[in-house]
Design a protein around this ligand. Structure first.
Ligand SMILES: [Zn+2]
Ligand SMILES: [Zn+2]
Ligand SMILES: [Zn+2]
Length: 270
């Protein structure tokens, strides 16, 4: 075993919060209650500043529409996304978060032919944009899956490809190499999702292609019994992930979560 480099885990880049869901998904585990995604619930996020595990930032992403049947957002949801971003920016600038930083964004579901759930003018105003395949498409044709990966990774607004191997089975190693190469070419990080992990071969492929890696726990508070506050459990899951990446030769400089907040912001603004 090679010795692991010393590092500081700075944040979790994929967390949902109880205000995140406006529609039912995950087989109905989350109630579809429009009131619970109102902007006032963002104030609950200030709770996260009670972060005693040494992390500096968290990215809170929302599914723009139901991941089971993704579609373009309506005007109400568009307004809500922008309000959430604005409220968090206000809290940040009023000093309410102290030294902690909350990135606000979306986890879009891949749709056919590169169509995006959220229009560009909104994506441009959010801190962070994640995209992922979810169960809704239920596509089994590798050519169609590849087409949708390629086209959705062409958006210059997308920062992270989340849980790439979740739901997708018929792709070959060469297919995956191409997905990762397109991500790398477009400066999109490939997520190591602690809830949907991939194997050592996949980590090696990321290393071979040289793509950036982002880690996230993908916690859904309503489902996982979390409060939206960062926990030691998240910290240890992410630490295990980082060490696993190191053990396959991924360099600290290629892991977003080890960047300082200001370096991360620069990377996101690339
Ligand atoms: Zn979800
Ligand atoms: Zn997801
Ligand atoms: Zn998620």
């Amino acid at each position: 075993m090679n010795s692991s480099p010393t590092y500081r885990l700075r944040g979790d880049l994929h967390v949902h919060s109880h205000h995140t869901e406006c529609s039912t998904h995950h087989a109905g585990e989350i109630r579809g209650d429009p009131v619970s995604c109102g902007p006032q619930s963002l104030f609950d996020m200030v709770e996260m500043t009670k972060n005693d595990i040494g992390m500096e930032y968290v990215a809170i992403v929302q599914h723009p529409t139901n991941p089971v049947s993704p579609h373009t957002i309506d005007a109400r949801r568009a307004k809500e996304l922008l309000e959430n971003q604005q409220r968090m920016d206000d809290l940040q600038s009023e000093g309410k978060l102290k030294d902690f930083h909350v990135l606000i964004g979306v986890e879009m579901s891949i749709m056919p032919n590169g169509k995006l759930e959220v229009p560009d003018y909104i994506l441009s105003q959010l801190d962070i944009v994640i995209i992922a395949r979810h169960g809704g498409l239920n596509e089994k044709d590798p050519q169609v899956i590849m087409r949708d990966f390629r086209s959705s990774l062409e958006s210059s607004r997308v920062h992270i490809l989340s849980h790439p191997t979740r739901y997708v089975f018929p792709l070959t190693l060469d297919n995956w190499r191409e997905v990762l190469t397109v991500a790398k070419k477009n400066n999109i990080a490939v997520e190591y999702n602690t809830s949907w992990q991939y194997d050592e071969n996949f980590i090696d492929l990321i290393g071979e292609v040289g793509a950036m890696v982002s880690l996230g726990t993908d916690i859904h508070p309503d489902v996982d019994g979390e409060t939206g506050k960062l926990t030691a459990r998240q910290h240890s899951q992410l630490t295990l992930g980082v060490n696993r990446l190191f053990s396959r030769g991924i360099k600290p400089g290629n892991i977003l979560n080890l960047m300082s907040y200001s370096d991360l912001r620069s990377w996101l603004a690339r």
